[in-house]
Design a protein around this ligand. Structure first.
Ligand SMILES: *[C@@H]1O[C@H](CO)[C@@H](O)[C@H](O)[C@H]1NC(C)=O
Ligand SMILES: *[C@@H]1O[C@H](CO)[C@@H](O)[C@H](O)[C@H]1NC(C)=O
Ligand SMILES: *[C@@H]1O[C@H](CO)[C@@H](O)[C@H](O)[C@H]1NC(C)=O
Ligand SMILES: *[C@@H]1O[C@H](CO)[C@@H](O)[C@H](O)[C@H]1NC(C)=O
Ligand SMILES: *[C@@H]1O[C@H](CO)[C@@H](O)[C@H](O)[C@H]1NC(C)=O
Ligand SMILES: *[C@@H]1O[C@H](CO)[C@@H](O)[C@H](O)[C@H]1NC(C)=O
Ligand SMILES: *[C@@H]1O[C@H](CO)[C@@H](O)[C@H](O)[C@H]1NC(C)=O
Length: 669
């Protein structure tokens, strides 16, 4: 034993240094951070270490991902026999959403062979993988997710769970976030988005290949009973050395995901995190103080009674003003539900000055969400029937999960008695029809833009018809439903709304929903929307965008002409290209315009079985497949006559007032 002062002061110095770094590295396979100030983590994306030592995985901007990794990879497998050794980790985290009851998407502890997650997606993919690689054994990652959104496609149990994942987002095992109290053994739920710090312990025991995940509120010691245990031999997953760290992603809601402290150990329990020295979470702003006390306290009893009365009346009025309609089945869609109050504030009380447009079932208002400052378009739809509402909301929520560059994002919904509100991403450049017909002083769209929009919308339709988890039929494709983003990419909006009105209540009439001119003739007798009725409308859209003319035009007094017939007639006369929009002044790609016109005719063929499907449409547009040789005489039909024959006569020859607006039509049959 030597009590020499020098080593002691060196020790003190060392201690000081490590305290300074707040990371105590006891060998290369064990560490503990009780703050991340000065920590040598490798971060990417939205992730940073804040000035007070929090590891901020996401920063309150939506649709972002971020990662933080321990700088050196650790040897997980034994050199002797290649099996993964036991390991243990613990961390303290908190999720701060701008809403108290809504968040997206989540975070995960991850063990992975590489730190490069540049190809991974945010949102439900948690920055871990993407659509193609989800679940692929070549991923070689193990993760424990803390997920605040229920994704049906990943079999998520609810919107507040912890799960053990291997190579993808479908959990091997998961459970509601919570813990078993040591005193009574009862399960207690924890809300991941409560803004409270919570601790997680993850252990892998190589003797039994067992993974245990345990959670508890910060002030509660590690519970004896884990949240869940699962057997999964990680030797098949983690090979050789791997990085450890965190991945997190936001979706459409502004959220901050934080790690306050973290410890890890190979072949032994993770060192305890000193919870007393954890960095402080940012405050989310004071809760709005009750105004009632301010008013009531200083005044006399008589006035008191009067004031209370007034306040009560005001509160009741206020309550009625924002009252919503909620049903039991909506629980599962909770995260996608907006409060009416928020939408009311966002749109300034649905004032006319915020009106973006009318038509297609309702009015659309521009809004700015109060807290997140996100620009949105809110569609206000009058709707009384409960019929089909659940299916419709399910579809809207399902569509909300789609990330496709040519689909307008649906952020959520809200319901009141007799009204439905749909919240969409705001598109600054408006809809395509405004550019085709020079409305609101919009410039004429050049051909290159038109062609890009055509291809974009085709790809979004293919996605809805064939590539999403279920077939979604749009039912109302037309230029006013094609929105333009800031880069002038076309984005299809207003999905499935027509479906709400699609229920046949009166057996004597056939309800056809959609917009005149874009409705396939067979809808007259089947009234059943199919992918091929969408193809028909897409064909009309192709012709309209190429010719710069509406599908039905007034040719002479009281007589209307269908664009299809007019284009066909020109083709017959050998002057097909004369139908291209004169506003283009001849500045267009002849081959592309020719293809668009012929494909438009083929898609809007009166016989559904003659129409291509969207996959073929894309192949034609991409030039991967040649359009079948056809002569105009092969398409010898007269659309107007067919339409009239299908019982559409009263709308075609009647008032033109409804043309271009979506309407619920009852075709008497
Ligand atoms: C969040 O991080 C992203 C990417 O680093 C950045 O573009 C964005 O401005 C950040 N947002 C905030 C609110 O700091
Ligand atoms: C691998 O080696 C470790 C340590 O040497 C040992 O405990 C373990 O049982 C071995 N596993 C197998 C499958 O041989
Ligand atoms: C990360 O991976 C992407 C592809 O997934 C690749 O393009 C990129 O070069 C990689 N970056 C680094 C730094 O290795
Ligand atoms: C898994 O990834 C590998 C390599 O990236 C790829 O070749 C393979 O097709 C993928 N498998 C599946 C089922 O996607
Ligand atoms: C915990 O939450 C789950 C689902 O969110 C619910 O089914 C369960 O009843 C809750 N348990 C308690 C004890 O509140
Ligand atoms: C895990 O897999 C490895 C390799 O297949 C095997 O050697 C080991 O015994 C397995 N461990 C357990 C606990 O089954
Ligand atoms: C489209 O929107 C962007 C961003 O708001 C704007 O810069 C651009 O001028 C708009 N284009 C047209 C044609 O209005």
């Amino acid at each position: 034993m030597f009590f020499n002062t020098k080593p002691v002061s060196m020790l003190l110095q060392l201690l000081f240094l490590s305290l300074n770094l707040a990371a105590f590295t006891t060998g290369d396979d064990q560490f503990v951070y009780s703050s991340f100030s000065g920590a040598n983590l490798v971060v990417d994306g939205a992730t940073t270490v804040t000035s007070n030592g929090l590891l901020e995985l996401t920063n309150g901007t939506d649709q972002l991902k971020g990662h933080a990794f321990y700088p050196t990879p650790l040897r997980f497998t034994r050199l002797a026999n290649g099996t993964v050794q036991s390991f243990s980790t613990s961390f303290v985290f908190a999720i701060l959403s701008v809403y108290t009851d809504l968040s997206a998407n989540g975070m995960a502890f991850v063990v992975a062979p590489s730190r490069n997650f540049s190809a991974a997606l945010p949102g439900q993919f948690l920055g871990l993988t993407d659509i193609q690689n989800n679940g692929n054994i070549s991923n070689h990652f193990f993760a424990v997710e803390l997920d605040t959104i229920q994704n049906i496609e990943f079999n998520d149990i609810n919107a507040n769970h912890a799960g053990a994942n291997v190579n993808g987002l479908k959990s091997v095992q998961s459970y509601y976030a919570g813990y078993y109290g040591d005193e009574d053994g009862n399960f207690r739920n924890l809300s991941l988005i409560s803004r409270e710090a919570m601790q997680v312990w993850i252990d892998y025991d190589d003797k039994v290949a067992g993974i245990t995940v345990t959670m508890a509120p910060l002030k509660v010691a590690r519970p004896a009973k884990p949240l869940f245990t699962t057997i999964y031999n990680l030797t098949t997953v983690v090979t050789d050395v791997a990085y450890i760290g965190f991945s997190s992603a936001t979706g459409t809601i502004n959220v901050r995901h934080y790690v306050l402290g973290w410890s890890f150990s190979m072949n032994g329990p993770a060192p305890a995190i000193d919870i007393t020295s954890l960095p402080k979470l940012p405050s989310m702003g004071p809760k709005p103080r009750s105004k009632v006390l301010d008013i009531v306290l200083p005044i006399t009893t008589a006035a008191f009674v009067l004031t209370v009365g007034t306040v009560v009346v005001l509160l009741i009025r206020r309550h009625l003003r924002y009252v919503e309609l909620r049903e039991d089945w909506e629980v599962e869609f909770g995260p996608h539900r907006f409060s009416y109050k928020d939408l009311f504030y966002a749109t300034d009380g649905f004032k006319d000055k915020n009106l973006l447009g009318k038509g297609g079932f309702g009015r659309v208002y521009k809004g700015i969400l109060r807290v997140s400052k996100l620009e949105v378009a809110v569609k206000r739809v009058s709707h009384d029937s409960k019929q089909g509402m659940k299916e419709f909301i399910a579809e809207i929520v399902s569509i909300g999960r789609i990330r496709h560059s040519n689909l307008a994002r649906v952020l959520g919904y809200c319901r009141r008695r007799g009204e439905l509100f749909l919240v969409y991403e705001y598109m600054p450049n408006g809809s395509v029809d405004k550019y085709l017909y020079g409305k609101e002083d919009k410039p004429v769209l050049n051909w290159a833009n038109r062609w890009r929009i055509i291809k974009g919308i085709a790809s979004s339709l293919l996605y809805l018809h064939e590539e999403w988890e279920k077939v979604i039929i749009h039912r109302d494709i037309k230029p006013s439903n094609v929105l333009l983003d800031s880069d002038m990419n076309g984005r299809l909006g207003d999905f499935g709304l027509a479906r709400l009105y699609d229920h046949d209540t009166d057996p004597q009439t056939t309800h056809v929903v959609g917009t005149i001119g874009y409705l396939a003739p067979e809808l007259g007798h089947t009234s059943k929307a199919t992918p091929l009725t969408d193809v028909f409308a897409f064909g009309m859209f192709l012709l309209e965008i190429t010719c710069g003319q509406r599908p039905i035009t007034e040719s002479t007094q009281d007589s209307q002409c269908m664009l299809v017939d007019w284009v066909l007639e020109h083709w017959n006369r050998g002057s097909l290209l004369d139908t291209a929009d004169s506003k283009l002044q001849g500045n267009f790609n002849v081959d592309e315009a020719c293809l668009a016109l012929k494909l438009g005719l083929l898609c809007s063929h009166p016989f559904s079985n003659a129409r291509p499907n969207m996959r073929q449409v894309i192949q034609y547009l991409d030039g991967v497949m040649k359009l079948p040789e056809m002569a105009p005489t092969d398409l010898r039909f007269h659309m107007m006559a067919i339409m009239q024959n299908e019982g559409f006569d009263e709308y075609i020859t009647g008032s033109t007032a409804s043309i271009g607006t979506t309407s619920v039509l009852s075709g008497g049959r």
